[in-house]
Design a protein around this ligand. Structure first.
Ligand SMILES: Cc1ncc(COP(=O)(O)O)c(C=O)c1O
Length: 442
């Protein structure tokens, strides 16, 4: 009997020396500029001074920059080297299980200290804050991934960190809280009684499960009212998306190692940062008209800002304290059902991602959570990785692309972002495996 072994490369690993040296700023390549943030009272574009109480000047400069490449400071690159470059992997087991002619690749951001892509910007934000003498940062977290990332980065750069954690996640994931605290940060469930915004929500609904919009209001309020404290945001804003572009730049090099170019690039989208991080460097060619790559942002059906929201100016938070951002929004008072993908429960979307959807460069799709867990379990059994519930949305879309390729009898190269692991989300898997998980609930 002869045994035929197909040898196919599974992992594409870059040496440390290939870590990107610059962030890629897509604003420089847009055919139509992104609508600017507005002052809520005057409805005039805001100047840098409006953001100065919240962010250090370098991050404000990056927020409005039109410079195509922004150099990554050496100290930031040194911290990245703890886990970067991250591997690109080919999902051969999944391809076989789907019996598809498609080739599926994923960028594995779950290997970072926090377990997701979030440290890519947390490290940069901690660095730029410390460089301007900031000693204390406050933030919000949904799933806990962002809070973990900022706590880790705060520990690295000697910054005290406080995290308002959306109450439903605080209760669903007690070990995520311990994880954040292990890095020395303080965690407070939101809504809390520590801010005006939190107290107002609790007065109206003492059992509020919270939302990212509410937690942002609490963190922004604390930063704006304390001289020693600045605010850090884990998604949505341009400078955050910018820092994430290390993902896509590495992926371009790694797809080159595999001898492939993606036909479709997929990411889940909560505030839009991991999707943007993978997609934007590839989008440069699409914007230049040299490639026809498709880009797909995937969101939960119970928080469908891109697929069902309106594209208009809205506040980034619930209390209405931020500048007005032009984005796809479900309304800043929208409180999504407490689904397990806590990081995708945001009423709005990154203005830059919204703009690219509006301009027809990016497609969007929404899935209910049970369909995503089904995909995540198939991925676990074929690739050996437990995905974060957020990332399972990208896996679902990648599987559906591969099945569509099978139906059409065509080859298709699919690239998705595995934005994080689900090691702190076993209660969610437990609910799914036990048959007790419905769409639109915890
Ligand atoms: C693993 C993971 N993926 C995705 C997201 C969604 O955020 P974004 O759309 O900014 O990538 C989060 C947010 O917490 C997350 O933890």
């Amino acid at each position: 009997m002869t045994v035929t072994i197909t040898r196919t490369q599974r992992r594409f690993v870059l040496p440390e020396s290939e870590l990107p040296t610059h962030y890629y700023n897509i604003a420089a390549d847009l055919p139509v500029p992104q609508p600017p943030p507005l002052h809520p009272a005057t409805r005039e574009p805001i100047g840098p001074e409006a953001l100065a109480p919240l962010f250090p000047m370098e991050l404000i400069r990056q927020e409005v920059s039109a410079e195509r490449l922004i150099e990554i400071p050496e100290e930031v690159r040194e911290a990245y080297r703890i886990y970067r470059p991250t591997p690109l992997q080919r999902a051969i087991g999944l391809e076989r299980a789907l019996d598809t002619p498609a080739r599926i690749y994923f960028k594995n951001e779950s290997v970072s200290p926090a377990g997701s892509h979030k440290p890519n910007t947390a490290i940069a934000q901690a660095y730029y804050n410390r460089a301007e003498g900031v000693t204390r940062l406050v933030t919000e977290t949904g799933a806990g991934q962002w809070g973990s990332a900022l706590a880790f980065a705060g520990a690295m750069f000697g910054i005290e960190t406080k995290v308002f954690m959306v109450r439903v996640s605080y209760e669903q994931k007690p070990y995520r809280r311990s994880f954040i605290e292990s890095f020395g940060a303080t965690v407070v469930p939101s809504p809390s009684d520590q801010t005006n915004a939190g107290r107002a929500i609790l007065a109206a609904d003492p059992d509020s499960t919270g939302s990212l919009g509410i937690a942002i209001s609490e963190a922004v309020e604390e930063a704006a009212t304390r001289d020693d404290t600045k605010y850090a945001l884990g998604s949505v804003l341009n400078h955050v998306l910018l820092h994430q572009t290390v993902i896509g730049q590495e992926a371009i090099a790694q797809m080159g190692m595999a001898g492939e170019e993606p036909d479709v690039v997929i990411g889940c989208a909560g505030g839009g940062s991991n999707f943007a991080g993978l997609a934007f460097p590839f989008l440069a060619d699409r914007l230049a008209g040299t490639r026809q790559t498709r880009f797909l942002a995937v969101e939960p059906a119970s928080c469908p800002s891109l697929t069902q929201g309106e594209y208009r100016y809205d506040f980034g938070d619930t209390a209405g304290t931020t500048p007005l951002l032009k984005m796809h929004t479900l309304g800043n008072d929208f409180v999504p059902a407490p689904i397990h993908a806590g990081g995708l429960r945001y009423h709005g979307m990154a203005p830059m991602v919204s703009h690219l959807v509006d301009q027809g460069f990016v497609e969007a799709k929404a899935y209910p959570q049970t369909a995503c867990f089904e995909a995540a379990v198939q991925f676990a059994r074929t690739e050996g990785l437990i995905a974060a519930p957020e990332s399972s949305h990208a896996i679902r879309a990648a599987i559906d692309e591969a099945l569509a390729a099978r139906e059409a009898g065509e080859e298709r190269v699919i690239l998705f972002n595995l934005s994080g692991h689900g090691f702190f989300d076993m209660a969610a898997y437990d609910a799914y495996l036990g048959g007790g998980l419905a769409d639109g609930q915890a």
